[in-house]
Write a protein that binds this ligand. Structure first.
Ligand code: SF4
Length: 388
């Protein structure tokens, strides 16, 4: 799988099993692949692990990268096992002759190397020089290692400069991107458990991707790595960097106007639709006053009226259903929409549904007032309050 240049941004994750346990590791690789990982990294921390890789690689549905720390010989063994890439940590494989030996072997196998700098395991000399793992120190560590690889005529290089501090992580990659043209692997290291780990990862990775920096990403979460793969894939889809593969559910946050328990309906809809793996955007809106209009960009959606659900496609109501049938009706229409297309489903709209929905929305607006008028009303209130 290509990384860098015009290739799509890829999602990576890492197994947590013992690599010598081939069946357990392969089961996790398949799980990660199913959740959205394009590339999977596996630790190669012992001879048994390298032997495990020799069995895992040919049976894997995705390219396997061997993660190497301390022992350069295990990098050579992983290459023999047939891995598609290596990750070397410059902080703990420090002897130039060892790095050069790996470069020569990787070149012979036509396998890329990621120079994976990590703030937590930065080269000691650089830590002494800079006092702390500042962006300049991380970048210098990467550049030193790259020079050694380049000296061996090796240029199949990817780089990461991960930090657990988001602003420092972003600054490190920005600095690095000014100095090299190699593909960059983005990640906030040791981001932690949910929800904080997710927020840190998204903040750091998305900031860079939106500026056109980054070629492959990994969320380092302290949870089932399936969540890493899922979150990484979703982030790329939400940023418009990968085609939508599954559901994108949007839902209003609910408010005093809601005619239904929006949280429950959104949760039920998410569970029902996620199983179907339909590549569509679905909206769940708490009221018909603003719902269909605000969610008109969604492929399909449902908004709650008084005891009823208004099912709409691209903002046009096509059916009105009893409230307790909202989720079933949404699922049924979503399947038909994917199978038949928007035009066909709009043509199959229930006669009078849109009219009926408009009347109900007008009625609710009369009862509750129009949210869109609230700005005007606030201005009028302020004027009255200020008057002497
Ligand atoms: S769609 Fe209706 S219920 Fe939901 S937040 Fe907007 S106004 Fe409130």
């Amino acid at each position: 799988m290509a990384v860098g240049g015009e290739a799509p941004i890829t999602v990576q994750s890492m197994t947590t099993t013992k690599t010598h346990d081939v069946d357990a590791t392969l089961a996790q690789v398949y799980g990660l692949h199913g959740a959205g990982a394009d590339i999977v990294r596996i630790t190669c921390n012992s001879v048994e692990a390298a032997e495990g890789l020799a069995e895992i690689v040919p049976r894997s549905p995705v390219p396997i990268i061997a993660d190497i720390h301390f022992q350069y010989r295990l990098a050579l063994a992983a290459l023999e096992a047939g891995v598609a890439g290596l990750r070397l940590n410059p902080g703990n494989i420090r002897k130039p002759e060892h790095i050069r030996a790996v470069a020569r072997a990787a070149r012979d196998h036509a396998v890329p190397i990621r120079v994976g700098v990590n703030a937590g395991s930065l080269d000691k000399d650089l830590l002494d020089k800079y006092g702390s793992p500042v962006p300049e120190a991380l970048v210098e560590s990467a550049l030193q290692e790259i020079r050694l690889l380049e000296d061996e005529g090796f240029d199949q290089i990817k780089i990461s400069v991960k930090h657990s501090n988001v602003p420092r992580m972003v600054a490190s990659y920005r600095l690095l991107s000014e100095k090299v043209d190699y593909p960059l692997h983005l990640g906030v290291t040791e981001a932690g458990p949910l929800p904080g780990g997710l927020i840190k990862s998204v903040a750091g990775i998305a900031s860079l991707l939106l500026d056109g920096i980054g070629d492959t990403i990994r969320f380092s979460l302290t949870t089932d790595p399936v969540e890493e793969a899922k979150s990484g894939r979703k982030l790329l889809e939400y940023l418009g960097l990968r085609e939508r593969k599954g559901l994108d559910l949007i839902a209003c946050p609910s408010c005093g106007r809601a005619e239904v328990d929006v949280y429950r309906v959104a949760q039920d809809a998410q569970e029902a639709l996620e199983n179907e793996k339909l590549p569509i955007q679905v909206a769940v809106m708490g009221c018909v006053v603003n719902g269909p209009g605000e969610a008109r960009e969604a492929d399909i959606g449902i908004a709650a009226g008084r005891g009823r659900g208004h099912l709409f496609i691209k903002g046009q109501v096509v059916r009105v259903v009893p409230e307790d049938e909202m989720v079933d009706a949404l699922l049924d229409e979503a399947r038909k929409l994917v199978a038949e297309g928007v035009e066909a489903r709009l043509a199959a709209a229930e006669a009078g549904a849109d009219e009926e929905a408009k009347k109900e929305a007008a009625l609710l607006r009369d009862l509750q007032g129009d949210a869109n008028e609230s700005a005007e009303r606030r201005a009028a209130v302020a004027e009255v309050a200020k008057a002497e």
